[in-house]
Design a protein around this ligand. Structure first.
Ligand SMILES: [Zn+2]
Length: 401
């Protein structure tokens, strides 16, 4: 890893993770942390001669994608290539995961939460990133999830049958996973326009997963769509609900009260709607997809109004959902839903960091310098987010365009 170089960054405007600051500001970085934030361009008075100075239009925290699968490649959009990808050796899949983590970093994403892979490749990439492997974003790893035998989720979870198996598996997974992933339901049947199968776990067993994880110092995140599963997830007090299609107001109220976070992952469904030819959807199914997306957007807006914590995650690795780039598509979905840009960037930076228990979720004095420099402010043009000029992960430069 390149040495953590002391430097200064002078910007016209910045975002601390929660609030926009419209004044020129000078940041002094020492040993990978923000040592000073001073108003104005103070390069002449505060910066020791010889220290490198970066200049730009806008500084903000490194972005967070709260839901990815690093070992999957979202770029190929035909089923044959996707299943061939999965048949590769674990070493080749690990290389694919490294490439995903590098691509995320180049897009300004300094942290991803991996939502599961059956081999635990995510744990390996997390450890490599921690030990300083070049160009990889930080990884919060869901390791392997838990699911029921013969039900959805084999690519990312192991089977648990009864209470004893839940206790044993969760305790064991908690040793290596940062969070415990629970595959609570199946996926949407787009032709039917609904989640048609029963939840994989009843309330009692869902609670057992949550409580066992908690006893081992871990929070939980639940793959969950359809109102039956959503009610169980909310009642059981999971840490966050992933996907959450077919949400309702009542469940959002429980989520607000228990501060259960929501990662709505529009991207994979939006791809199916925007490119129906990839899966060969009928006009009726395309109509279902649009209706599902519209209702999802409405509930996202409602969640924001009601005060349920919102995380922004893409499900990158799903068909048509590319690591890194997809984050900006997901941002577009939040903006289309009517969420203010300040709150959208918060959902993609400070809110997930707080949810993950980081003590320095904002760009403040003492925080690790995970940050993105943009040529111009996204408050003038949100598309500016897609073109970072510098990305720092603890002051090591990883991308320059
Ligand atoms: Zn996922």
């Amino acid at each position: 890893m390149a040495p953590l170089q002391d430097m200064a960054v002078v910007v016209d405007e910045w975002f601390d993770g929660e609030r926009r600051h419209r004044e020129a500001t000078t940041f002094l970085i020492r040993e990978g942390r923000i040592a000073e934030i001073a108003p104005g361009d103070r390069s002449a008075s505060l910066v020791i001669p010889g220290t490198p100075i970066e200049r730009g239009g806008f500084l903000m925290p490194g972005l967070v994608d709260a839901h990815v699968h690093l070992f999957l490649d979202g770029k190929p959009t035909d089923t044959a290539t996707r299943s061939a990808h999965l048949k590769q050796s674990v070493e080749d899949l690990t290389d694919a995961a490294r490439a995903s983590a590098r691509q995320s970093m180049a897009c300004g994403i300094t942290l991803v939460r991996d939502a599961g892979d059956r081999y635990g490749i995510n744990n390996r990439i997390r450890d490599e990133s921690r030990s300083g492997a070049a160009g990889l974003c930080h990884v919060r790893s869901g390791g392997l999830g838990v699911k029921r035998p013969k039900r959805y989720g084999a690519f990312m979870a192991r089977d648990v049958t009864d209470e004893a198996a839940i206790r044993e598996s969760v305790a064991e997974l908690a040793k290596s996973s940062d969070e415990i992933k629970l595959i609570l339901t199946g996926i949407i049947d787009f032709d039917a326009g609904a989640v048609t199968d029963e939840p994989q776990f009843e309330l009692a067993d869902t609670r057992l997963v949550v409580e066992t994880a908690r006893a081992h110092g871990r929070t939980t995140f639940a793959h969950c769509s359809g109102i039956k599963g959503l009610r169980i997830a909310a009642q059981a007090g999971v840490g966050s609900i992933e996907h959450g299609f077919f949400m309702d107001r009542e469940t959002l109220a429980v989520m607000r009260d228990k501060q259960i976070a929501w990662t709505p992952t529009f991207c994979p469904v939006h791809f199916q709607w925007a490119h129906p030819e990839a899966a060969g959807w009928s006009p009726n199914t395309i109509g279902n997809l649009r209706r599902i997306l519209d209702s999802h957007a409405e509930h996202l807006r409602l969640a924001d109004e009601m005060g349920a914590p919102l995380l922004l995650g893409t499900d990158a690795g799903s068909m048509g959902v590319e690591h890194g780039h997809a984050l900006f598509d997901e941002i577009d979905r939040y903006l289309e839903a009517g969420i203010a840009l300040e709150r959208v960037i918060a959902a993609a930076s400070s809110v997930p960091r707080k949810h993950f228990g980081h003590s320095n979720a904002l760009l403040t004095r003492g925080s690790p310098f995970d940050a993105v420099l943009l040529p111009v402010s996204p408050f003038g043009d949100p598309q500016a987010l897609r073109k970072p000029s510098r990305v720092w992960k603890r002051a090591t430069v990883h991308a320059a365009t």
